[in-house]
Design a protein. Structure first.
Length: 230
């Protein structure tokens, strides 16, 4: 349950779409990061209804009330990110679609036994080319594309277990994305909501489609990136 002393923040889109003519409901776990509302605005532009809660204000079982869960970026390590790792495990046990961004991506790795350690280089607002497999959130996304990175940690490629598959890498082989082989769980190390990341709306629309929203892709026409930190 949501902690009674803190209120949930509801952020809704302006049009009704999604499953059964209702907006797709997304639970956003805020890991105390300023990027989270750029992500929420992208989801809102695509027609989703978002409930944003801090990572220490929610129990993992809250996920069952939603069509999907997004784990946001944030400071620190996955082990320090409140409910994030437990939320990923709960969603895995209950086949609830989950998408992790940056720290959320690293938390997916930890939830399935991988090790997160210092990245080869500290990146703050730097861009890289990402080469990917063209499936999941990458459906109809050209490869490679330019993505914006803000991270000093990364998932160690040699520690990723059999349950996960690497779906994207940089030119130098740094893991940029992973997906569970059988469950609707996926993460990206880069920031799709950054203005310097190409095809960010498309990636999030693809994820909303995974959550059951058949109208998200149609909302892409005319959308411009949200201007945030770059």
């Amino acid at each position: 349950m949501i902690a009674p002393h803190r209120a949930k923040l509801e952020v809704t889109g302006s049009e009704v779409i999604g499953k059964n003519n209702a907006m797709t409901r997304i639970l956003v776990i805020d890991n105390y990061d300023s990027f989270v509302f750029n992500l929420v605005q992208y989801l809102q532009q695509l027609g989703a209804e978002c409930t944003v809660v801090r990572n220490d204000e929610v129990e993992a079982s809250e996920a069952q009330k939603y069509d999907g869960v997004l784990i946001s970026p944030g400071p620190g390590t996955p082990e320090e990110a409140g409910v994030s790792v437990a939320m990923i495990k709960y969603c895995a046990e209950n086949s609830i679609p989950l998408f992790g961004v940056c720290l959320g991506h690293q938390a997916i790795g930890v939830a399935f036994g991988a090790t997160v350690s210092r990245a080869p280089e500290l990146l703050h607002g730097k861009t890289s080319l990402v080469h990917h497999d063209g499936t999941g959130v990458y459906t109809k996304v050209p490869t490679p594309f330019t993505a914006t990175r803000y991270h000093s940690l990364a998932v160690e490629i040699g520690t990723i277990g059999k349950e996960l598959e690497i779906t994207g890498k940089t030119d130098t082989g740094v893991v940029m994305s992973m997906r569970h082989k059988t469950l609707p769980i996926e993460g990206v190390q880069f920031h799709p909501e950054s203005v310097l990341t190409e095809h960010g709306h498309l990636m999030l629309a693809n994820w909303l489609t995974e959550c059951g929203d058949k109208g998200a892709l149609a909302k892409l026409i005319g959308l411009a990136p949200v201007l945030g930190k770059v």
